[in-house]
Structure formats: structure tokens, C-alpha cells
Design a protein. Structure first.
Length: 121
């Protein structure tokens, strides 16, 4: 899925994909080659039936680094330590960092009264 999203983009995550690549062309190319790394640079080697084959190849070759960046953005991270057990997510009160932040907000006179009525619900 990340390779597919790298080509067509993902508006929810805010990256556009590669110009000219649409759902059908991306699905066809990836069903043939599997991953971005396996897509040959020369369109003649693709041996698939998609419209604008040469154009897609040109865009992919000129924006290859961008496609890899988009794929990285679309990849769900599973290698980051989040918590050891679900009990680690239990609220135990504010951290020691909270009082200084609260003081700064108080000094700035931050309150709902300062929020314009058009923004308040």
C-alpha cells in the first residue's frame, strides 16, 4: 500500500503523489513489479498496457526520489517504542513539565474570553 500511495498520493496525509499517476496505472504497474525499486527505468521494459506509458515512465524517473519520500511518509512505523504495557497509558496526573506551561499561559492571560466568538462553539 505505501508504494501505491507514493504514486497516486494521499490527500489525508497531505502529499500529492506523482503527476499523471492515477489509481489504474499505479495498480497495473505495481501488480507487475511489486515495489518501486523493481520498476525499470525504461518504459519498453514495463510490458504492460496503460495509457501514457512513456509519460509515466518519464515522471517516475525524474521524480524517483520524491516517490521514495512519499512511500516513507505512507509507511506505518512499527519500530518505535510506545509503551511497555497498556497500564503505561493510565493517567497518573500532570507531569513536572505542566506547572511552568500553566504559568506561561496564565501570564499570557490565555483564556476562552480571548478567543473570538466566531471560533467558539
Amino acid at each position: 500500500m505505501p508504494d501505491y500511495l507514493a504514486l497516486v498520493g494521499d490527500t489525508a496525509d497531505g502529499y500529492p503523489g506523482l503527476a499523471g499517476w492515477r489509481t489504474k496505472s499505479a495498480a497495473t504497474v505495481l501488480s507487475r513489479f511489486g515495489r518501486l525499486e523493481a520498476i525499470p527505468p525504461d518504459a519498453k521494459d514495463w510490458r504492460i498496457n496503460v495509457s501514457n506509458l512513456k509519460s509515466l515512465s518519464d515522471v517516475f524517473n525524474s521524480k524517483r526520489d520524491l516517490a521514495f519520500l512519499f512511500r516513507d511518509l505512507a509507511t506505518l512505523r512499527t519500530d518505535l517504542p510506545l509503551f511497555a504495557t497498556v497500564d503505561d497509558l493510565l493517567w497518573t496526573g500532570p507531569t513536572p513539565d505542566f506547572p511552568p506551561v500553566a504559568d506561561r499561559l496564565d501570564k499570557a492571560k490565555f483564556s476562552a474570553k480571548r478567543v473570538p466568538r466566531s471560533v467558539r462553539r
